[in-house]
Design a protein around this ligand. Structure first.
Ligand code: CAA
Length: 258
């Protein structure tokens, strides 16, 4: 399926989505977000796909929501269209792991989109920011919440109040990104990490994603209980039998997602 604003492909068990609106530094307009929703939902439903990578260009992962598209909107328009909630649900609903491979600008909605993914692999050129304050608004795709949970109140507050960008090194120190790689190696490394995840049991990786995400939604006792129940449930999968048998037999496991 061809998209106007995305390049989508599948390589082995990895689904790759490249945001492709270079003339606007991948600014997230409604059409792009709708396409992203659709592409992710398709990957989620496709049994061949076990891990997803979302990326942008060398210059910009995404420079935010499309300011030109938003500038004439009224509060009623924004409310009626449920701006951003409606079109970003695909990212939140995807049950398979999603890696954001970020080079260049990840600003506003671009930073928020990256944070909605399961983890961020950053090029050394990456710049993260929530500059909405410069436009007379605030983040609207979860930035005040996810950035605060990722980097703590002091940095999140400073970034949201001043619009200051954070470079890759600071982002790694603060816990916003899992790792930094040289920009020229970003895609190679992101695809290698995705392939590594795709080699695991897809039942177990979905369960791991759900369990880690639970840490953000609940208290420790509930989260640990949730994790334990998922852990117990995995013993009903053929992949658990295979994974443990392979260890005992000193061979590589063959996970089939059952
Ligand atoms: N929306 C629409 N168009 C954008 C855009 C955006 N967020 N960001 C960049 N563009 C467009 C520019 O208007 C420009 O188009 P023209 O050539 O037609 O003028 C083109 O992309 C290239 O951009 P620049 O010439 O500005 O490139 P630069 O290298 O000089 O600067 C930049 C790069 C610092 C990222 C700058 O483009 C910029 O500040 N962009 C806006 C960043 C921003 O404020 N993002 C937050 C948006 S609001 C939001 O995201 C709300 C939310 O929480 C969901």
């Amino acid at each position: 399926m061809a998209y106007a604003n995305l390049i989508v492909e599948t390589r082995d068990h990895v689904g790759l989505v490249k945001l492709n609106r270079p003339e606007a530094l991948n600014a997230l307009n409604q059409e792009l977000l709708g396409e992203l929703n659709e592409a992710l939902m398709k990957f989620d439903a496709d049994d061949r796909v076990r891990c997803i990578v979302v990326t942008g260009s060398e210059k910009a992962f995404a420079a935010g929501a499309d300011i030109k598209e938003m500038s004439e909107k009224t509060a009623v328009d924004m409310f009626r269209l449920d701006f951003f909630a409606d079109k970003s649900r695909g990212v939140e609903r995807t049950r398979k792991p999603i890696i954001a491979a970020v080079a260049g600008y990840a600003l506003g909605g671009g930073c928020e989109l990256a944070m909605m993914c399961d983890f961020i692999l950053a090029a050394d050129s990456a710049k993260f920011g929530q500059p909405e304050i410069n436009l007379g608004v605030i983040p609207g795709m979860g930035g005040t919440q996810r950035l605060t949970k990722a980097v703590g109140k002091a940095k999140a507050m400073e970034m949201c109040l001043t619009g200051r960008f954070m470079g890759a090194e600071e982002a790694e120190r603060a816990g916003l990104v899992s790792r930094i790689v040289p920009a020229a190696k970003l895609m190679e490394e992101a695809m290698a990490v995705a392939a590594k995840i795709a080699d695991k049991s897809p039942i177990a990786t979905m369960a791991a994603k759900e369990a880690v995400n639970r840490a953000f939604e609940t208290n420790l006792a509930e989260g640990v209980m949730f994790e334990r129940r998922l852990f117990h449930g995995l013993f009903a999968s053929e992949d658990q039998t295979e994974g443990m048998a392979a260890f005992v037999e000193k061979r590589a496991p063959q996970f089939r997602g059952r």
